[in-house]
Design a protein around this ligand. Structure first.
Ligand code: PGA
Length: 252
């Protein structure tokens, strides 16, 4: 059976309690669209309240620490996310990789810690503009996958991969559908290499400037199992337009 398209909003470092209204509106709409799986990743300060505010949608963290607990001022442990009501966490977002020096090895360790805490994980990968221009995009992403994906038993069952070209994040630029198709095919092949049959069912999300205007086209690409949405997830209206696009595709 083909799994539901998965549309995840990444609020990044945005949102105070007023944002809970957006979460509620997203939740109400998602309840009417059972053929799409919807989730939001609010900032850690809003996780618990978001969980309390919604009924249908998934709620997740944006990052977690490698260690289970300890003297890591300012960091959040996977078990704390779980305790606050998270279903999943994102790890390896390019903003974490670039601004916090997270290597593939760190991302892998975080993914393992999250799985160990009972969370699902979304592992992000993606090339820079220079890497794409040099013709290395697919090899870069395949290497990121080989080194950042968790390998513990049954890891594939609780895993999604988000392909997010760094140059497309927050820029309004998106790759061509041909490039998305080629990359997602390469990601699928790599997942099967790593996990065997289970790698065939891991959802591969596209992320980077997904908006209402391009969502239908991007979500229709072969092997695109959903979207990780940043800027356009900050209002229920713009996020739901993307969720709606996913729902309409499912009907066609
Ligand atoms: P964007 O961000 O939709 O604002 O480009 C996507 C992401 O970083 O996950």
């Amino acid at each position: 059976m083909k799994s539901l398209r998965y549309i995840v909003g990444n609020w990044k470092m945005n949102g105070t309690r007023a944002m809970l209204n957006e979460a509620r509106a997203i939740d109400r709409a998602a309840a009417r669209l059972p053929r799409v799986q919807v989730a939001v990743a609010p900032p850690a300060t809003l996780l618990f309240r978001t969980r309390e505010a919604v009924e249908i949608i998934g709620v997740g963290g944006q990052d977690c620490h490698v260690e289970e607990s300890g003297a890591y001022t300012g960091d959040v442990a996977a078990a704390m996310l779980k305790d606050a009501g998270a279903d999943f966490t994102i790890v390896g977002h390019s903003e974490r990789r670039a601004m916090h020096g997270e290597t593939d090895e760190i991302v892998k360790a975080k993914a393992e810690t999250a799985l160990g805490a009972g969370l699902s994980v979304i592992v992000c990968v993606g090339e820079t503009e220079a890497e794409r221009d040099a013709g290395n995009a697919e090899d870069v992403v395949a290497r990121q996958l080989a080194n950042s994906l968790p390998r513990s038993e049954n890891a594939a069952d609780k895993l999604s991969v988000a392909y997010e070209p760094v140059w497309a994040i927050g820029t309004g630029r998106v790759p061509s559908t041909e490039d998305v198709a080629a990359m997602h095919a390469r990601i699928r092949a790599t997942l099967v290499e790593i996990y065997g049959e289970a790698g065939g069912t891991v959802r591969i999300l596209y992320g980077g400037s997904v908006k209402a205007e391009n969502a239908t086209e991007l979500l229709a690409v072969e092997e695109v199992g959903g979207a990780l949405v940043g800027g356009a997830s900050l209002s229920a209206e713009s996020f739901l337009a993307i969720v709606g696009a996913a729902a309409s595709l499912d009907e066609s």
